[in-house]
Design a protein around this ligand. Structure first.
Ligand code: ADP
Ligand code: MG
Length: 479
């Protein structure tokens, strides 16, 4: 942030009150439009929280002064929105080159002679950043190819769609391709894989130009283009590609101007028979806050869901990564990881990498002990604590009995059996001692709990349907 006290040309400062009538009206109108655009861009909530009190104080030379009532607000708004505000001002009035943020209310503004608190110049306003040409390949991760993507039930459909688009971009029915799913399930991986595949084909003959960027980057570039008055170049550049890929589209929610720009780019490309690939954390219909017409268009092609991973897929991913790293990891350790880290492939991979690094560093083979030791902190975070109360509640729901029966003295089979199952699960899923568990079940003796555990273990071995029931309960409680 530059500190430009000298740039406050005190004498020259022309404020609202002393503007010629015509200009005053003009500036007020410009300011109203800047505000409206700000509000549209950041959304009502943010606008009301931070920007509502922003007041226009005047124009001096190429510098606009705006005011906020407190120093905190001034600094915050300058830091968070300074760039946006100056971009919008410039778009309204090309003569404006800087925006100055000051404390005070506009009524007191004319006292510019007072040695104001160091005048903060919106950093963005000083020099427009040169628009950097985007190298699609520069943004791509070399490891994210189709070859390294492990296919399983949860992602086979998304994978097949991605393959299809990479082989034949802009095929009817696959445009746009909309990939969605939770964090770490492989959206970015698949998008990069498409881009790599296309660039390989490009080199082999038919040239295909691909632009891949996150929605955040899209917005950043769009705002930069506005600032340096090169929106036309920006538009032309984007509209000249054969394949446009935008990652994490949910970022555009609430950024109305950027969304608008994206919508037009989107339409222009689709009309020209170009391929669009989008990723987001939710399906088009669940992305609330997105403009309806955009949402509709996004759902027009192929929508493919990356589902939560399964144990089998996690094992396959771990096996593939261990193999590529050239490291022997015992099956037991892989299973341990796949059982413990269930939400996110990125974390799964991170855990494996940590194990491998540790083994290499200390030249030790990978055992369960090392796994426990190295991943102690990570596993602790994933060890969801299940309480005995939760277990009782679930079991009672499952067998349709009242929770009070867990502590009652009734011995009827339809009550006693679920009670035993709950005790068994409490032993398996919590670290409570047998006497402790007994206390939660109407002050029963620890031998009763012991008996319940061995009885349920027996039944699991004898009766497949019973075993399945208990397994189902366990999974519900662990998820
Ligand atoms: P997202 O973009 O959906 O948040 P990423 O594509 O960034 O997730 O994936 C997170 C990490 O997990 C990456 O390192 C990626 O390579 C890996 N990953 C995800 N899914 C798979 C898969 N099916 N096979 C191999 N690696 C995967
Ligand atoms: Mg991603």
């Amino acid at each position: 942030m530059s500190l430009e006290i000298g740039s406050m040309r005190n004498g020259e400062a022309v404020l609202n009150s002393s503007l010629p009538r015509q200009d005053e009206v003009g500036m007020a109108e410009q300011w109203a439009r800047v505000r409206a655009r700000l509000q549209a861009e950041v959304g009502d909530v943010e606008y009301r929280t931070w920007l509502k009190q922003l007041a226009f104080a005047g124009l001096a030379g190429d510098e606009v002064t705006v005011m906020l009532p407190t120093r905190f607000l001034r600094d915050w708004v300058n830091k968070e929105y300074g760039e946006l505000i100056s971009v919008f001002w410039q778009a309204e009035n090309p003569a404006v080159k800087r925006v100055e943020f000051r404390t005070g209310s506009p009524a007191r503004a004319p006292s510019l002679a007072e040695p104001a608190a160091p005048a903060l110049v919106a950093p963005a306003a000083t020099a427009p950043m040169p628009a950097r040409p985007e190298q699609p390949a520069a943004a791509l991760d070399q490891r994210f190819t189709f070859e390294t993507f492990v296919v399983g039930k949860p992602n086979e459909f998304a994978y097949a769609c991605a393959r299809r688009v990479a082989e034949a971009p802009a095929t009817a029915g696959f445009n746009p391709l909309f990939l969605y799913g939770g964090v770490g399930l492989g959206k970015t991986h698949l998008m990069h894989a498409i881009a790599w595949e296309l660039s390989t084909r490009s080199r082999a003959g038919a040239p295909v130009s691909v632009a891949y960027m996150s929605a955040e980057k899209f917005m950043y570039r769009f705002i930069n283009a506005l600032r340096s008055q090169s929106t036309l170049e920006f538009k032309n550049e984007l509209r000249s590609v054969d394949v446009l890929m935008i990652d994490d589209l949910q970022f555009l929610i609430g950024k109305d101007n950027t969304q608008e720009e994206f919508f037009h780019t989107f339409n222009a490309l689709v009309e020209a028979g170009k391929q669009i690939v989008i990723s987001a954390d939710k399906s088009p219909s669940d992305l609330s806050g997105l403009e309806d017409r955009l949402r509709t268009r996004l759902g027009c092609g192929m929508v493919a869901d990356l589902h939560a991973t399964t144990f089998e897929l996690r094992i396959s991913i771990l096996e593939a990564k261990a193999q590529r790293a050239g490291v022997e990891v015992p099956t037991k350790v892989l299973e341990f990881l796949a059982r413990k880290i269930t939400t996110n492939n990125r974390e799964l991979e991170g855990a494996l990498n940590r194990l491998i690094a540790h083994a290499n560093l200390f030249d030790r083979s990978l055992t369960m002990e090392t796994a426990h030791e190295v991943l102690h902190d990570l596993l602790k975070a994933h060890d969801r604590k299940v309480s005995i109360q939760e277990i009782q509640k679930r079991v009672c729901e499952h067998y349709n009995i009242r929770v009070a029966e867990m502590s009652s003295a009734r011995r009827a089979r339809n009550i006693a059996r679920p009670r035993q199952i709950a005790m068994y699960l409490a032993k398996q899923l919590t670290s409570k001692s047998l006497p402790d568990i007994g206390r939660h079940f109407g002050d029963r003796d620890h031998t009763t709990v012991m008996h319940a555990v061995s009885r349920v273990t027996e039944l699991i071995a004898q009766d497949a349907a019973f075993a399945e029931d208990v397994e189902l309960l366990r999974r519900m409680l662990e998820s």
